[in-house]
Each structure stands twice: as structure tokens, then as C-alpha cells.
Design a protein around this ligand. Sequence first.
Ligand code: NAP
Length: 249
Amino acid sequence: MNSSGNTIFVAGSTSGIGLGMALRWAQRGNEVIVGGRREDQLAAIKRDHPEIDTVVIDVTDARSITEVTAKVVGDHPDLDMLVTMAGIMRVEDLRTPEFLPTSEAVIDTNVHGTVRLIAALTPHLMTRPKATIMTVSSGFGFVPWHVTPTYNATKAFVHSYTQSLRVQLSDTDVNVVELIPPAVRTPLLGQEDNLAFPSVEEYLDEVFALIDAQPEAHEIAVEGVRFYRDAEREGRYADVFAANVAFAV
Ligand SMILES: NC(=O)c1ccc[n+]([C@@H]2O[C@H](COP(=O)([O-])OP(=O)(O)OC[C@H]3O[C@@H](n4cnc5c(N)ncnc54)[C@H](OP(=O)(O)O)[C@@H]3O)[C@@H](O)[C@H]2O)c1
């Protein structure tokens, strides 16, 4: 993945990690399209960064994805990178059936959203001389936190799906990269003021250093997420799972 000269659609980048990456990519000379549901956020991004294009998209709505991705390709025929950033994380109490709508919403956003975006844009990306699909999983996709059960499972899905996608596209010019964030200070689960976690900028300093050092890497896993990412292969899974269980909200 080159870090300049691309045309990048970051689906789900009105705040947090996605917005931070979009701004850095724009600063590095990429054409960037920011997508999300919050029109006020999109308008503020457009006002502060007129060079960035913005689109309203809801990844839980199949029609929105079809229409918006067609518009993005129409307006930006050089599009050569998709980032499936949109995600939600919710606490669930599985002892009562009231968790079900929450679970369904998390699956619809994190799983169906990711798959629909990939379905909509892979044919176009395959026409480009060199292209990238970046998916977004999580440390909790590798070792779950019992408080957010569906979220963890959706991120395990993203990891698994990304591996298969990479193999299926291996004879094309589409590179498949998985971003595996640790806990970062964003509004995802109301942790934007939790100083125990790195800020978005601290996290992205490390992410972009990794991208620059290893542009062909399949996974972007900063030091802070290795505790989770490598737990199983290093024989630490049970200990890390127990540490997660000990951590309540
Ligand atoms: N921060 C962490 O600790 C952490 C750790 C591991 C993984 N991640 C992953 O990183 C990604 C970004 O999260 P974040 O931490 O930066 O949180 P965030 O600030 O809440 O960002 C989530 C983004 O997803 C978008 N989104 C949510 N539902 C959407 C929908 N239906 N359609 C379109 N866009 C939608 C939101 O935009 P709108 O609300 O405007 O639609 C927002 O821009 C997520 O996939 C998350 O799971 C984060």
C-alpha cells in the first residue's frame, strides 16, 4: 500500500480512528472521500477540509451502499482504496432477550456493512492497476471481552473473512490489509476521555510508522494490540481471556 497518490474511500470516518486516518491520508497527498451517517459532522469536515469529499452513507442499508458507492466511483473513477471502517460496539446482557435488537444492530453494521461494501466495490477495485481493501477488526476479535459479546464476534468474523478475501484476490492487483486496533480514545463505547488508552493521534503515529516501514504487510497491529493478537499463538489465550473477564464496565 502506497501512502500517497491514492484515491481512498473511508466508509465510516466522521469521527475517531477513521477521521484521523482520512485527515492524515489527505495531508499525504491522497484524494480522500469521508463517509458516514452524521450530516453535521460531514458538513464540519467539508468546511474545515474543502479538499476532502464527503458522502452520506448508512452501511446498514443495502440500497444506500449501492447508490453511494456508485456515486463515489462516478465522481472518483481513480478510486483505488476502500476502508471498511464503520463499526459500532454495544454492551449486552445476554440474560434477558432485550439484548437481541442490539445484537442485530451490531451484526448489521459490522458484518453486513463490511461485506456489502466489499461486494459493491471489489469489481471496480479489480479494474485498477493497484488497489487496496482495508478491513478493520479489533483486539477483541482475537480474545473476547464478555461485556460486548456480539461486537467481539463480529470482529472475529472480519478477521476470518479478510483472510479468505486475501486468498481469493491473490491473483488480482487488489491487496487486502487488516487494521487491528487496540482500545483507543474514541466515542466508540464512550471511551473518548479515558486516559488509560492512547489518543487517536498517538495510535495513528504508530499505525503510519508501520505502514511506512512495511507497506506490503497483511496486518497493521501496533504494539498495544499484540497482547491480544498473539495471545493464542503464544499460548497466553486463557490468561488474556481471564484478564478481560476481570475487567468490568
Ligand atoms: N476505538 C477503539 O477502541 C477501537 C478498538 C478496536 C477496533 N475499533 C474499530 O475502529 C473502527 C472505528 O471506530 P472508532 O473507535 O473510531 O469509533 P467512532 O468514532 O465511533 O467511529 C465509528 C465510525 O463508524 C461510523 N458508522 C457507524 N455506524 C455506521 C453506519 N450504519 N453507516 C455508516 N457509518 C457508520 C460512524 O459514523 P456515523 O455515526 O456518522 O455514521 C463513525 O464515523 C470501528 O470499526 C471499531 O470497531 C476501534
